[in-house]
Structure formats: structure tokens, C-alpha cells
Design a protein around this ligand. Structure first.
Ligand code: NAD
Length: 364
């Protein structure tokens, strides 16, 4: 039987977090009212605001909350007030702590360009028009976690830095299965990105992804070296459907792909584990515009769409939220970051209200 009762942990975080979260929660509540889904929304503190209250960026009660909920929705953390704290107490440590403790091994970043925002891209319209890419980045392995690591001094007194690229076949198979499943729900093309010509770890990556692919005959699997992929993302991004790659390569390629859209306030993300999931915009806490009601809430609203799709099994409603965003942009409403002449400049709250008005029409 389909579940109709969900618990969501909400961490607004710092900077613009509260403002953008207010608008995203309106969307979540509207959908749950209309669909008669029971949503328990519990708010907690992470990041700088948690440090101010509890002396740590990820208090135990926030972690407990995140661990027993069906999904976590996060605004953003960080800001100048906490920049000089010890590394272990910085707001950003909360993100790493949540990823690690929730076992969030798959990071999903959809990269789409709304037709109305084509001008915001640093690339030519003809190159970015129609792109619809899903980047699936492995998030808990690779050089970021491999041992040994560190900087040591040799007998000759010279320093040496070491990080270890390591993947087990289980880790590779786990992320590959996710990527194939996602490809099945899209255009059924999966590209695996590695550097198998020079790195043995990613030679294993290529082998295991190919083995997993035998269980997904409906998906066309291709492989590409990371340097070529970096180039192709700029040359012809429309060729890609789903890209799966390692933690390090995914970190770099997903930021490169994000820039194709030219608008950081528009891009959502999902980090998925076996039983947990965290949804957040890709942008930071934007302290320079915090408290001014000018931040773009659409990345966070689109993160709610991802939550509906991947955690609440409501893919039709996820698409409706995405459609509402596209329609509101078509009507010319723009926050300052995506504004161009001839459009209607609105603040954070009004943008949220426009989405709600549109969504109500679409839900009828
Ligand atoms: P940022 O993404 O916060 O801001 C970069 C630029 O984009 C700023 O000019 C900002 O005003 C603008 N911007 C960002 N989001 C916007 C939005 N929704 N609407 C309109 N404009 C927006 O990156 P930064 O300035 O490098 O970092 C600020 C703080 O955020 C730092 O403390 C950093 O560590 C933290 N950070 C947090 C996360 C996260 O919580 N996931 C991610 C990145 C950075």
C-alpha cells in the first residue's frame, strides 16, 4: 500500500536559508493538503545558527531528527560570523556530518535550462537550449575519504602530500544501480565517466559499471574519460542524459555543468542513501543578500520537487511543481539574480506566492 504519512526534517540554516525555506514549505504544505498526505514537519538547527545556540554546528538532536525522518530539506549554512572558528566547528561541517551519518552516497544534480532564462547562460543559446542532464555523483568514497592521507615530512626534510583514491566494487555497484534506475525513468542513456586509461581504481569502476549494466539491457551505457567529458559539457551538453561518476570527478563536473545555466539560484540537488535523503539548493547562504527578501527561492522549491519524486513517491506532483516554475518564468516574474529588462522584478516572498497561485491552477 502506498504510504501517505511522512516525517520531514527541515533545517533552514543560515543567511538566506530562512527566507527561501519559507517559500519552499508553502509548496510542500499545499501539495500535502491537496493530496491528503499527512506530513509532519519538524524544524531543527544546523550550521552557524546551531553553533550560536548549542556551541556545535550539528547538535545531536538535529542529527537524531534527520536520522528518523523520511527526508531532510535544508536551506544553506555558513557566513562571515563563523568564518574564523576552528575547522571542526564551522557551519559547513554540519553538511559533512549529515552526509556521513545518513550514509548519503548518491548526489543527484539535475541541470536544466528554462527557455526563458537562456540569456543567463555564459554559452550560446544554441548550445544550451533543451539541455536536461542528471549528474549522479558518488558521495562517500574516493580520495576524499581514502587512507592513507595527510602531509608528512621525509628524512630529507621535504614535505609530501598524500591522498588515496579508493573504491570497492560494492561501492561502485551501489551507485551504478542508482544511476541505471534513474536512467530507466528518463531517456535511458547512461554515461559513466572515469579515467580508466591511467587510474586503476577507475578501471575497476568501468568494469563494475559494465557488469551492473548487464541487468539493465533497456539502458544504453557508454563510457567517457573525464577530460573529454569536461570538454563535451561545454561543446555539446545536449548530448547527455544521465552521467554517473566518482566523488572527485563529480565534484568538478557538476559545478561545471551548473554554470551552463548561469543562474545559481535555480538549481536543486538531492543526496540519497539507503534509507535517508537530503534535499537542498546548490547555492550557499548568500550572506550578501540575507534578510533583504531578494533571494531566489526557486532552487529550494525545485528541491521540494526532487523530494516528491525520490522520497515521497509522488512523481506527478514533482513534475507539477517543475511546471509551475516554468510557467511563472514564462509569465515574466524574476528575482533580481535572473532579472533582465522587460520582465517583472519580484522579491523572495512574491516569487513564492506566484508559484503557489500557479500550482493551485495546475492542481485543479
Ligand atoms: P553563495 O552560493 O552563498 O553565493 C554566491 C553568490 O550567489 C552571491 O553573490 C549570492 O548573493 C548569490 N546567490 C546565492 N544564492 C542565491 C539565491 N538563492 N538568490 C540570489 N542570489 C544568490 O556562495 P558563497 O558566497 O561562496 O558562500 C557563502 C556562504 O555559504 C559561505 O559560508 C559558504 O561556505 C557557504 N556555502 C554553503 C553551502 C551549503 O550550505 N550547501 C554551499 C556553498 C557555500
Amino acid at each position: 500500500m502506498k504510504k501517505d504519512n511522512f516525517e520531514i526534517a527541515v533545517f533552514a540554516g543560515d543567511g538566506v536559508g530562512r527566507e527561501i525555506m519559507n517559500e519552499a514549505l508553502k509548496v510542500l504544505r499545499l501539495i500535502s493538503d491537496r493530496r491528503k498526505i499527512k506530513l509532519s514537519i519538524a524544524e531543527g538547527y544546523v550550521g552557524g545558527s546551531a553553533y550560536d545556540l548549542f556551541g556545535v554546528p550539528l547538535p545531536q538532536q538535529s542529527l537524531d531528527l534527520a536520522m528518523h525522518c523520511d527526508a531532510v530539506l535544508l536551506g544553506a549554512v555558513g557566513g562571515p560570523a563563523w568564518e574564523n572558528l576552528d575547522y571542526s566547528l564551522r557551519p559547513e561541517r554540519a553538511l559533512l556530518g549529515l552526509r556521513e551519518k545518513l550514509g548519503l552516497y548518491a548526489n543527484l544534480r539535475p541541470v536544466t535550462v528554462f527557455d526563458e532564462l537562456l540569456d543567463a547562460s555564459p554559452l550560446k543559446k544554441s548550445v544550451v537550449q533543451g539541455i536536461d542532464i542528471m549528474i549522479v555523483r558518488e558521495l562517500t568514497g574516493d580520495v576524499y575519504f581514502g587512507q592513507p592521507r595527510g602531509v608528512t615530512k621525509g628524512q630529507d626534510g621535504k614535505r609530501k602530500g598524500v591522498n588515496t583514491m579508493v573504491y570497492t566494487e560494492d561501492e561502485i555497484a551501489r551507485i551504478a544501480v542508482r544511476a541505471f534506475e534513474i536512467a530507466l525513468s528518463r531517456k535511458r542513456n547512461l554515461l559513466s565517466v572515469d579515467k580508466a586509461n591511467v587510474l586503476e581504481t577507475t578501471e575497476l569502476w568501468r568494469t563494475v559499471v559494465t557488469e551492473v549494466g548487464r541487468n539493465y539491457p533497456e539502458v544504453t551505457l557508454k563510457h567517457m574519460y573525464v577530460d573529454n567529458c569536461a570538454m563535451q559539457l561545454i561543446r555539446n551538453p545536449a548530448q547527455f542524459d544521465v552521467i554517473v561518476t566518482t566523488n572527485l570527478f563529480g565534484d568538478i563536473l557538476s559545478d561545471e555543468a551548473a554554470m551552463l545555466t548561469g543562474s545559481i539560484g535555480m538549481l536543486p540537488s538531492a543526496s540519497l542513501g539507503k534509507d535517508s535523503a537530503l534535499y537542498e539548493p546548490i547555492h550557499g547562504s548568500a550572506p550578501d543578500i540575507a534578510g533583504k527578501n531578494i533571494a531566489n527561492p526557486l532552487a529550494t522549491i525545485l528541491s521540494v520537487a526532487l523530494m516528491l519524486r525520490y522520497s515521497l513517491a509522488m512523481p506527478e506532483d514533482a513534475s507539477l511543481v517543475e511546471k509551475a516554475v516554468a510557467e511563472v518564468l514564462k509569465e515574466g516574474f524574476r528575482t533580481q539574480d535572473i532579472y533582465s529588462e522587460g520582465n517583472k522584478l519580484v522579491g523572495t516572498e512574491e516569487m513564492g506566492n506566484q508559484i503557489i497561485t500557479m500550482l493551485k491552477q495546475l492542481l485543479n
